[in-house]
Ligand binder design. Structure first.
Ligand SMILES: [Zn+2]
Length: 166
C-alpha cells in the first residue's frame, strides 16, 4: 500500500501556486543608513514613507522589533532584545557600511504600555528620554556620529514625525 505523506493545507497551496513576481524594481546599491523602529504593523507604511520620502533614504536597512529603540535605553525588561539589536547594528556597520542611524518612537507604543506599564502623559516623556539614551548607546557601540531621532505622533487619521534632540 502506498501511503501518501501527510501534508498541511498551507504547504500544499504553496506547492501548487505560481511564484509571485514583484513589480518593484530591484536596485542593488546600498544607502548606508538604517532605521530602528517598532514592528507595529499599523505604522509600517508610515515609517517607510517618512524614511524614504521625508528623509530621502530609499532602501534603508530596517531593524524592527516591538518598542524599536526602547530596547537600547537600558530597561531591564529588554536585555535579551538589547543584546540582539546591538549585535545586528555592529553587523550592519561592518558589512553594510552604515553611516547613519535613525531612531523612531511612536505614540502609545504597546512595549511601553504593556511591558513597562506606563501611561500618558508620563509615557511620552519616558519615550523621549529613551531616544536620547538609545542614541548615546548606539554611538558608543557603533562609533557612528550621525544618529538622529523622531517621535511619530499618531493624530486623527494621520502620523506626524517630530524631530527629537539627541
Ligand atoms: Zn510600538
Amino acid at each position: 500500500m502506498n501511503t501518501p505523506t501527510p501534508r498541511s493545507a498551507a504547504s500544499h497551496a504553496a506547492a501548487t501556486q505560481a511564484p509571485y513576481s514583484s513589480r518593484l524594481r530591484y536596485e542593488s546599491a546600498r544607502i548606508h543608513a538604517a532605521a530602528i523602529y517598532c514592528s507595529d504593523g499599523r505604522l509600517g507604511e508610515h515609517f517607510d514613507d517618512f524614511l524614504q520620502q521625508g528623509l530621502s533614504l530609499p532602501r534603508y536597512d530596517r531593524v524592527t522589533l516591538p518598542g524599536g529603540p526602547a530596547c537600547l535605553a537600558g530597561h531591564p525588561q529588554a536585555v535579551l532584545e538589547e543584546e540582539g539589536v546591538v549585535d545586528e547594528l555592529k553587523f550592519l556597520v561592518e558589512v553594510h557600511k552604515l553611516k547613519r542611524i535613525v531612531l523612531i518612537a511612536h505614540t502609545s507604543c504597546a512595549f511601553y504600555t504593556a511591558r513597562l506599564e506606563l501611561k500618558e502623559p508620563r509615557l511620552e516623556l519616558v519615550q523621549r528620554a529613551d531616544l536620547v539614551r538609545a542614541a548615546a548607546y548606539v554611538h558608543r557601540v557603533t562609533g557612528l556620529n550621525t544618529i538622529e531621532a523622531y517621535f511619530a505622533r499618531v493624530m486623527e487619521g494621520h502620523v506626524q514625525f517630530e524631530p527629537v534632540e539627541v
